[in-house]
Design a protein around this ligand. Structure first.
Ligand code: TRP
Length: 340
C-alpha cells in the first residue's frame, strides 16, 4: 500500500540578485497564500544553487538577507512557515550527493535550464550547474514535501525530482520518497520583461529598466513603467484582444495581479484607454502595493542580526524534520554508522 505523506509545501528562490516584481507576483505572493494551519510550509533561499554560477561573496550575503527580508515583508510569517538558507541545513548537500548517484547523465543532459545556462560554453561551466537538478530534488525530498509551487520553467526539474524518487524507491525496494506534485503558476502571474514581452522579468537581465525591483522607490517605478515598451493601440475590452500583444498583455497582467482581479475584470474598466492613460494608473497601483513591502524590507535590512536570528531558528526547525529522513536514507543505502 502506498505510504501517505503529511501535506508539506517546499519552495526555493535563488539569492542571485535583488528581488523583482516577478519573484513577488510569480512566487512569493503564492507562498504567502499557501501558509495555512493544515499545511506545513518551508521556504528556502537556495544559496548553494546560486553559486553554480559565479556570485560575488559580499553580494551573495546581501542578496540572501534581502531575499529573507522580502519574504517576511511580503507576509511570510517566520513562526508559521519555516524560513531557511539552504547552506545552513547541511542535510541538503548530503542528500544531494546520494541523488547524484541516482540521477543519470542522460536525464541531466536533457534539462533545458542547463542547456540555456550553459549555452555554447558546456566545457567550461561548473559541474555544480550540471548537477543542479539533483540538489533541487534533494531540497524537496529531504522534507518529503508533497507540493512545490514553482514557475512553468521549473516543471522539468519537478519531473526529474519524481524520476529520482521513483528510481530510488525502485532500486532499493522501498516506498520511501513521495512523488511530489508541482503546483505550477498560471500564465497570469508570469511577469515578463518591461523591454521585451517574450522574456521573463529577471534579476540577471543587464538592463535595470527591464524589471521592477522590490527596492525601487516610487519615482523609479513610475519612470520604468512610463518607459515600458508597448504598442500604439488602445487597450481592448477583453483578454482575447491581447493575444498577439505581449507587452500590452504583460502590463495588464501586472495590473490584474497587483489588484487581485482577473484580466477581464481589469479590461472591463480600462478597455478603450490609451497607454498614456493606463500607465499612470499602473504606476499608482504598483507604488501603493509595493511601497509598504519595500519600506518593511528596508527596515529589516537595517537589522541584519534579526534576519540572521530568524534564519538560524528556521534551520533548527528544518533540521528536526530533515535529520531523520536523511538518517533513514543512509540506512536504506547501507551506510555504516547511520543507525547509531
Ligand atoms: N531552481 C529553482 C529556480 O531557479 C530554485 C529552486 C531550487 C527550487 N531548489 C528548489 C524551487 C526546490 C522549488 C523547490 O527557480
Amino acid at each position: 500500500m502506498a505510504t501517505t505523506f503529511t501535506p508539506r509545501v517546499f519552495s526555493g528562490i535563488q539569492p542571485s540578485g535583488g528581488l523583482t516584481l516577478g519573484n513577488y507576483l510569480g512566487a512569493i505572493k503564492r507562498f504567502v497564500d499557501m501558509q495555512a494551519d493544515d499545511f506545513e510550509t518551508i521556504y528556502c533561499m537556495v544559496d548553494l544553487h546560486a553559486i553554480t554560477v559565479w556570485q560575488d561573496p559580499a553580494d551573495l550575503q546581501k542578496n540572501t538577507r534581502e531575499l529573507c527580508a522580502g519574504f517576511i515583508a511580503s507576509g511570510i510569517d517566520p513562526e508559521q512557515s519555516i524560513l531557511i538558507n539552504q547552506s545552513q541545513v547541511p542535510e541538503h548537500t548530503q542528500l544531494g550527493w546520494i541523488f547524484n548517484t541516482v540521477a543519470r547523465m542522460g536525464w541531466l543532459n536533457r534539462m533545458t535550464q542547463f542547456k540555456d545556462k550553459a549555452g555554447k560554453n558546456r566545457e567550461n561551466v561548473s559541474v555544480g550547474l550540471f548537477a543542479y537538478p539533483a540538489l533541487m530534488a534533494a531540497d524537496i525530498l529531504l522534507y518529503h514535501a508533497t507540493h512545490v509551487p514553482v514557475g512553468e520553467d521549473q516543471k522539468q526539474h519537478l519531473e526529474l525530482t519524481r524520476d529520482i524518487a521513483a528510481k530510488f524507491n525502485h532500486d532499493y525496494g522501498v516506498d520511501f520518497f513521495p512523488l511530489t506534485e508541482p503546483v505550477i503558476e498560471g500564465t497570469a502571474t508570469r511577469v515578463m520583461s518591461l523591454r521585451d514581452g517574450s522574456k521573463k522579468m529577471s534579476k540577471s537581465d543587464p538592463s535595470d529598466m527591464s524589471r521592477i525591483n522590490m527596492t525601487d522607490d516610487a519615482d523609479t517605478i513610475a519612470q520604468k513603467i512610463r518607459k515600458a515598451r508597448t504598442d500604439p493601440e488602445a487597450l481592448p475590452s477583453e483578454a482575447a484582444g491581447l493575444a498577439d500583444r505581449a507587452e500590452a498583455r504583460n502590463l495588464v497582467n501586472i495590473y490584474a495581479a497587483l489588484d487581485g482581479k482577473t484580466v477581464d475584470q481589469v479590461l472591463a474598466e480600462v478597455g478603450g484607454k490609451q497607454f498614456s492613460e493606463f500607465k499612470p494608473m499602473l504606476s499608482e497601483l504598483a507604488v501603493e502595493k509595493l511601497s509598504p513591502i519595500s519600506g518593511e524590507m528596508a527596515r529589516l535590512m537595517e537589522h541584519p542580526d534579526e534576519i540572521d536570528k530568524i534564519l538560524a531558528r528556521g534551520s533548527e526547525r528544518a533540521r528536526e524534520i530533515a535529520a531523520p529522513i536523511l538518517k533513514r536514507t543512509y540506512e536504506i543505502v547501507g551506510m555504516v554508522g547511520a543507525s547509531s
